[in-house]
Design a protein around this ligand. Sequence first.
Ligand SMILES: CC(C)(COP(=O)(O)OP(=O)(O)OC[C@H]1O[C@@H](n2cnc3c(N)ncnc32)[C@H](O)[C@@H]1OP(=O)(O)O)[C@@H](O)C(=O)NCCC(=O)NCCS
Length: 183
Amino acid sequence: MKQLYITTPRLIIRNLKVSDLPDFYIYRSNPDIARYQGFETLSTEQANNFIKEHTNKTFGKPGEWVQYGLEYKETGKIVGDTAIKTDAQNYEIAEIGITISHLEQKKGYAKEAFTGILNFLFKTTSVIEIKETVDADNIASINLLKSLGFIQHGPIVENVYFKGKWGSEVHFVLHKEKWISKE
Ligand SMILES: CC(C)(COP(=O)(O)OP(=O)(O)OC[C@H]1O[C@@H](n2cnc3c(N)ncnc32)[C@H](O)[C@@H]1OP(=O)(O)O)[C@@H](O)C(=O)NCCC(=O)NCCS
């Protein structure tokens, strides 16, 4: 299995590096960034350990999340990170997570990174379906997925106890045929 390396017009999607720490920590220590995510804010030490844990991972081990940096080509600095997991039981299903730094949002980076990842998964791997679960209050994420053509199911009301209160989730799916037919 190889390390992931995807290029888009402005970004390189590649394994996190220890030198990403200052830029990674700026947004991973921000409570607003963690609000709708499965993770909590990180200390510098936790951020460093997290990066080291993911630096050498390869793509495609079923059931394993691997976190990648979104490097802005012009500066070599990361603007955010993404994670991809292929399903542990069904290698045709994958899930993608994404976080863009609060300093870099609304510049089209999430959409660009997702587009690169969807092209990679649907055109070069056996994945035929992407499944996403999003907090019903996470409007930015919902709009991102809708703008990429994901189909919305839900919201499913108050189905999850999350960060100290009942929350509602929206499920999204995108199938390979729909993505390929957009071209
Ligand atoms: C969700 C997130 C990744 C979007 O990143 P981004 O780089 O700002 O998004 P983009 O600039 O690529 O925008 C993509 C689409 O979403 C829309 N969008 C982005 N942020 C939005 C916001 N705050 N409110 C409403 N719409 C928003 C854009 O208008 C765009 O739609 P369009 O293509 O129809 O014009 C970013 O807000 C983020 O990291 N949030 C915190 C972490 C998080 O919650 N991640 C998702 C977990 S499932």
